[in-house]
Design a protein around this ligand. Sequence first.
Ligand SMILES: [Zn+2]
Length: 367
Amino acid sequence: MKERLHKLLTDLMLIPGLAGHEGRVRRYLKDELVRLGLSCRTDMLGNLIATIEGDGEAPSVMLFTHMDQLGFVVRKIEADGFIRVERLGGVPERALASQAVLLCVGEGRDRKGVIANKSHHATTPEEKYRVTPYGDLYIDAGFASAEDAHAAGVQIGTPVVYLPNVVELGDERIAGTSVDDRAGCAVVVEAARLIMDKSPRPTVHLVFAVQEEFNLRGAVTAAQALKPDIAIQIDLVLATDTPDMTYRGDIRLGGGPAISLYSFHGRGTLNGLIPHPALVRLFENIAGERGTPLQRSAHVGALTETSYVQLVGEGVACIDVGFPMRYSHSSLEVCDLGDLEQLTRLLADVAAAINPRLSLDRDDYEA
Ligand SMILES: [Zn+2]
């Protein structure tokens, strides 16, 4: 399984899919699901949905993850051919200069570029430790003029992403672009393969969602259509085992999958997730039975689509589950293949344990 996860992850990391422009990623995933014998549909927003039928008496499950990535959109093409961009998603401005990027004109016609970094020899003492805001940055894609850029198909609105890249760190760790959340996509595909072999099982809807990095609400239309009782969201969990992060928590890369007990984002969002207690207990019980380490995360500053999915209809029992990841939203995010494998197996076992006897009544859980 680790080999399959490795291939799925690295294939997916090399496919560009800016939020709102997920087509290439969706087509790859659709082929994988069809190969598993599942039929797929795509909704108006672009969410890819497939259903594994199961016991209609058991609570139904939406297992979801997002397939988009953050990046930029071309804002202006200067007369001298340099490209200005608008950001799309939580782009870390201090990690942008000197990055290679891909201008996504179309499959086979994409154009590479570099985000310029002022020549060091001309950098003044004041500039040396200053972060250049993205609005002042420009991309050099080798064009001599705006006409050159237009002729190559680049125009206002063209999607731009970090140049897709995979760097293997030893045998177990993968660094590169959009580990967030292609690792989640790889895990859900492999979990689906295991769930299809489980009997009995509940009905499990697989959703590969769009536009998470844009507004966190792409998955909502899928939840509205599917009306699941339970939604399990797969994404990164911030690893806190690097020197700059230890004070934030106890999540170790390579330490196994994790659940989030609390997330919140204040700046204009006022949302987050306090997971349904039935799902916390279920994950802990299954992980305990099978001896899988299950790490716990609680932190303010980030949120996922469950914030909005939990509010669909009369409410959906939600939980955020994930894999530890370092250096989020940079062009070199790092995850661990062992974590992905343990997460995949845990998800399949949890899904199989969702049966008609599972109570979602909060009074059965809240002390
Ligand atoms: Zn993500």
